[in-house]
Every structure is written in C-alpha cells, then in structure tokens.
Design a protein around this ligand. Structure first.
Ligand SMILES: C[S@@+](CC[C@H](N)C(=O)[O-])C[C@H]1O[C@@H](n2cnc3c(N)ncnc32)[C@H](O)[C@@H]1O
Length: 322
C-alpha cells in the first residue's frame, strides 16, 4: 500500500524553489531532491550498476554479509522505516533476515512516487512482510510512520546509500538530531556513509564514461522544461563533477556553454547564464570512519557498531537513540 503525497501545491513549491535557487546572487543552486522524478529515479538505478560507482555495491555487500549481526543487535519486536529507499533492492537482505524471525512492517519514505512503486514491487514477495510506503519528505514521512508503530515495538530506521552525504556537515548533524527527536530512546538508525577516497576515483564515480550521471544531472533541466514550461536547451549545458577539498565532498554542477537566457514561465522568471557559469545541483560529502562516532553523539545517538567494506571504503553505522 502507498500513502500518496498530500501536496496540492507541489508544482507551485517546485517553481518557487527553482526561482529562488536560480535568482540567487553568486552561485546558482537547485535542491538535489528534484533530481528524482520518474526519469531521475530510473537513471539512479542504472548509476548503481556502473563500474565507476562502487558505492551501492559496497553498501549491498555489507548488508548481505552482516544482515544477521545487525538484526541480532536490534531486540524484537521491531518495525522498519527507510528514508529515501529508492528501489529498496539491497534492503532485501535485512528484511529477509528480520522476516525469518518475526512478521515485519516495512515503511519506505520517498519523495519519488516511481521509486516507491519500484520498491514495493521489488520487496513484496518476501514472506511475512507488510509494506506501507509514504510519498513524503524524510521527516514528515518518519513522523507519520511513528503513528503506525505498536506499543513496545522498536523502530529501526534505515538511511542507506550515504544519502546523508547530500547534506553539508552541520546540516547533516541537524538532520540526524531531527530524526532523533522523532524517535524513542532505544530505537535504532542504520546509517550508510561513503568514506574518503582519492579525488580521481571520486570524479570518475560522479562523471562516468557512459554519461549516465550526466543524463541524471541534465534531467533536472529537462524536468523544469516538462513541468514548468521552461526552454532550457540541454545541449548548451555540460555536466561537471568537481572536488571540494575543504568540504570533503564531490559536487555536481551544470555548466552553461555560452551566454544564454532561459524562460521559466511557471516560475515567472527569465534567468541569464554567463558562459562558464554553473548551477550547483548536488553534493556528496565523504567521511572518515571515526567521525561518525562524534557525529552520532552530537545528534543524540550512540554508535553501537560499525562495519566497513574493504573493497570500496564504505561504512554501515548502527546508531542507538540515547
Ligand atoms: C541517493 S538516492 C539513494 C537510494 C537508496 N537509498 C540507495 O541507497 O540506493 C536518494 C533517494 O532519496 C530520495 N529523496 C531525496 N530527497 C528526499 C527527501 N527530501 N525526502 C524523501 N526522499 C528523498 C530520492 O528520491 C532517492 O530515491
């Protein structure tokens, strides 16, 4: 079952955020959550198979190998919520392990309706599972999930794929603290974090040879054309992945190939782009294994266990709400 979005103003909000982000003085920006419409969610699935993008496979290796250990640490009865589940493919390992022990309610929370549909199709064959998906932003969805939990039931929240890396470090701590406030003491958060690696490897991961990540990024302009009636000429923007050493992140930008003006009727603006000017669309922050212990404490959690993939440095961190 999917609880659909309750956002009659969705187009208006999108238009508002596009106008705001592109009219800024200095660096133009668009929120990364808008990368995920039907096309974007499908392209993200393809990215997870690219040889250059080892992140999803590392996350999956850890979940497959340690699902039993992770589940052993979370006392039953437990319900599972997942923030930004995407297709939910690698979540199968955990859910199968849990469902062998108890009937399990699984609540994916997704901004992308098509990701939620994929997720339900992907996991509904697991024995002893019940799936209720929420087409919501992370915190709104999680708050709603808590109204479904039964007495004495613990919540295991999953935030996989290093999606936390889309927040800058202070915003990441604030987000985790907001999650903590929604939870009860003794609830769990399994947090995937991509670890630091050489700059060339990271640039390749976010600018693959086939151009799938470029298409994923450019689709944001195509989406603005489709939904807000804009006239972006996609051939006049280039996908760029760049390292921000100070922030310890990889940034995705869309760079204007020439001086140009773009009309966005539903946002009631015309935006001018200089040659070489960029729109910043996403950041992926990278972590050291140790820093998650401190980050967890600052957000009101305790890091109870951590598993690290040796092939593609990536950590699965099991946090307990203090
Ligand atoms: C980087 S993908 C990760 C997907 C999956 N968890 C994985 O590890 O492969 C981020 C997912 O979060 C969803 N998402 C992004 N921003 C969101 C928001 N503000 N609220 C809810 N979901 C969001 C996207 O639709 C996307 O499916």
């Amino acid at each position: 079952m999917i609880i659909p979005a309750v956002t009659p103003n969705a187009t208006y909000d999108f238009a508002d955020e596009v106008r705001h982000g592109l009219s800024r003085r200095g660096q133009k920006e668009l929120p990364s959550k808008y990368l995920y419409d039907e096309v974007g969610s499908a392209l993200f699935e393809v990215i997870s198979y690219l040889p250059e993008y080892g992140l999803t496979r590392a996350d999956e290796r850890l979940l497959r190998r340690y699902a039993g250990e992770i589940v052993d640490r979370v006392p039953a009865p437990v319900a599972v919520a997942e923030l930004g589940s995407g297709s939910g493919k690698k979540t199968r390992w955990l859910l199968e392990e849990l469902c062998r022990r108890q009937r399990t309610s699984y609540y994916p929370v997704e901004i992308s309706r098509s990701a939620l549909d994929m997720c339900e199709r992907e996991l509904r064959d697991i024995d002893a599972i019940s799936i209720v998906g929420f087409e919501r932003e992370y915190l709104d969805g999680l708050s709603e999930v808590t109204t479904y939990r039964q007495k004495n039931q613990r919540l295991l929240v999953l935030f996989l794929g290093s999606t936390i890396g889309n927040f800058d470090r202070p915003a990441g701590v604030k987000f985790l603290a907001d999650v903590r406030r929604i939870l009860d003491p003794g609830d769990f958060l399994l947090l995937g974090t991509d670890l630091e690696k050489p700059a060339e490897q990271l640039v390749r991961a976010y600018d693959d040879e086939l151009g799938v990540t470029a298409a994923f990024n450019l689709n944001l302009l195509a989406r603005i054309n489709r939904e807000l009636g804009a006239n972006f000429d996609l051939s006049q923007f280039a996908h760029v992945a760049r390292i921000n050493r100070k922030a310890r992140s990889v940034e995705m930008h869309l760079e204007s190939r020439r001086l140009q003006r773009v009309k966005i009727p539903a946002a009631r603006v015309t935006i001018e782009f200089q040659e070489g000017e960029t729109i910043w669309t996403e950041s992926s922050h990278k972590y050291s294994a140790m820093e998650m212990f401190k980050t967890a404490r600052e957000a009101g959690f305790r890091c109870e266990a951590q598993w690290i993939d040796a092939e593609w440095p990536f950590a699965e961190n099991l946090l307990v709400a203090a």
